[in-house]
Design a protein around this ligand. Structure first.
Ligand code: 173
Length: 317
């Protein structure tokens, strides 16, 4: 009897060691993008700190799971986690694209009820835990190879994702959706006259070689976040959940970095010879106002249930 107890006790540390969980994570952005570089640095730190508890296994980018399939893969548990933007998984639930419209930092969203609301919708409609926003302070811009004199895109073919669809269509553009990985080829072949993208990142895949103009001002705020399959999340122990949350929060708390990155990328674009088409004064205000009007109209149309509440929570008063 005593022997049995001792044997059971001796087995305990082994049982505890067996509690290491490895989660599979993918990126909806290309393997060689700066977003992924930063993600991998974070994963490395997490894996060091999480020895014996929790490990992340980076499976890859769109070569592993295509950009617009990543949300489904997380929702169904094909992978446990992803770094994506909501625009890439409107095929799971359409509210996902609303995160581009937030007008306050995610730290404030965590205080004003916006974050709680996002978590509720993501869990109910996407079977996802919305863990942390890892990109912000990155306005979107329109990049062009043909000049325009006013906010009028008639006769122009523009590469989009759901992020820009309603706004660029409202300005008269013919729109064509592609994943980031297909932008260079579309520009090279002249299939599009321009594209939407945030202020940072166009150099990652050499788009500067095929870009003549950037239109200012920017609009919205690029959102890239970490999402977790809800079933995988529930299987984690409280300690593992706490660890993953604190690691994600640590990355999120360093989002001020994106302000510096935006500055650097603006300068780099100028050095690369990209000219700025700048709307000013009332025209600039009208351009940005129209972006938000068109964006919200699109969200509310597909989600009369959550759109109005999100608009209220996401809009700066
Ligand atoms: O692919 C895109 O243009 C897009 O929707 C996006 C969203 C967030 C960050 C970068 C790009």
């Amino acid at each position: 009897m005593r022997r049995l107890v001792l044997a059971a006790l001796a087995a305990l540390p082994l049982a505890a060691a067996a509690q290491v969980t490895t989660l599979k994570i993918v990126s909806a952005f290309p393997e060689n993008s700066f977003y992924v570089t930063r993600l991998n640095t974070w994963i490395e730190g997490l894996n060091n700190a999480g020895k014996g508890t929790l490990q992340l296994n980076f499976i890859g980018g769109p070569k592993a799971i295509p950009t617009f399939e990543v949300g489904k893969a997380v929702s169904t548990g094909v992978v446990d986690m992803a770094m994506s933007t909501g625009a890439f998984y409107t095929n799971v639930f359409p509210e996902s694209d609303a995160l581009k419209l937030t007008q306050m930092p995610v730290a404030e969203q965590r205080r004003n009820g916006a974050f709680d609301y996002i978590q509720k919708v993501w869990a109910e409609k996407g079977n996802m835990i919305y863990l942390a926003r890892v990109v912000e302070y990155q306005p979107f811009h329109l990049y062009l190879n043909k000049p325009i004199e006013k906010p009028d895109l008639k006769g122009l073919k523009i590469r989009i994702t759901p992020v820009y669809r309603d706004f660029f269509a409202a300005l008269g553009a013919t729109v064509m959706q592609t994943a980031p990985g297909e932008v260079y080829t579309a520009l090279e072949r002249g299939v599009v006259d321009g594209y939407g993208w945030p202020i940072g990142g166009i150099f990652d895949n050499n788009w500067q070689e095929r870009t003549k103009f950037r239109v200012d001002p920017g609009f919205y705020d690029a959102e890239v976040s970490l999402i977790v399959n809800q079933d995988a999340w529930k299987k984690l122990s409280p300690a593992q959940r706490e660890f993953l949350t604190s690691q994600a929060l640590s990355l999120e708390s360093r989002n001020d970095y994106w302000k510096v990155y935006g500055q650097q990328e603006t300068e780099r674009q100028a050095k690369a010879g990209i000219k700025v088409i700048k709307f000013e004064g009332a025209q600039a205000k009208q351009y940005v106002d129209e972006a938000y009007e068109a964006g919200w109209a699109g969200i509310i149309k597909v989600s009369p249930q959550h759109g109005p509440k999100m608009r209220q929570l996401f809009t700066k008063r």
